[in-house]
Design a binder for this molecule. Structure first.
Ligand code: PCA
Length: 191
């Protein structure tokens, strides 16, 4: 069977986050060994709609069977598996291009809410069994992360896509610990 592709994205810097841990995690896991799969790490700008356009271009080029977006949630204490994407734009700060929409839809006319065709609760339970400090979330914010998640779910026909928010890197969550948590999630997703 030919290898399938998993597209793994991280984000670059944005207001208040000069060093986004998700850029490092996506780079560290680019090419990670995963039986039957090729993991392609990609860096997205924290800018809307540029991030969505870049995802669409990579999906067209790579034809991935699964997409995992990573973003940092600055107030998070634990890893968050995002179960819902909302069709709202309401940026609390300007994005990296200086844009700050305070109202509007990610995809005009699309549904209010989209969910992935992945059992997010089952993934949380699996990661908790492995000792990962993780929780289920139904609110990915209203910033570039949520917009990227929504547009991916809207544009990716079988919705095999997931958003994972991670805490800021630090003493509690050094980069290797964050990276391992994501690697465990990828293993479960392709099993
Ligand atoms: N976190 C932001 C955007 C980029 C990132 O890493 C968010 O949660 O929307």
């Amino acid at each position: 069977m030919p290898e399938r592709t998993l597209l793994l994205t991280g984000f670059g810097p944005f207001d208040g986050v000069a060093d986004n841990p998700t850029a490092r995690i996506a780079a560290a896991l680019d090419g990670m060994p995963l039986a039957g799969w090729r993991v392609v790490g990609e860096l997205l700008p924290v800018a809307w709609p540029r991030a969505g356009a870049q995802v669409a271009a990579r999906v067209a080029a790579l034809d991935p069977a699964c997409i995992v977006h990573l973003g940092v949630a600055v107030q998070a204490q634990r890893v968050r598996i995002e179960a819902k994407a909302w069709n709202h734009l309401q940026f609390r700060v300007a994005d990296a291009d200086g844009a700050q929409p305070l109202t509007g839809q990610v995809v005009p006319g699309a549904p209010e809410l989209l969910t992935p065709a992945i059992d997010a609760a089952a993934l949380v339970a699996h990661l908790q069994r492995l000792g990962v400090d993780v929780e289920l979330s139904d609110d990915a914010g209203r910033f570039v992360c949520n917009a990227t998640y929504f547009s991916t779910l809207q544009g990716f026909a079988d919705r095999r896509a997931l958003f994972i928010h991670v805490p800021l890197a630090g003493d509690l969550w050094p980069i290797p610990r964050l990276t391992l948590a994501v690697a465990h999630a990828l293993q479960w997703l392709v099993a």
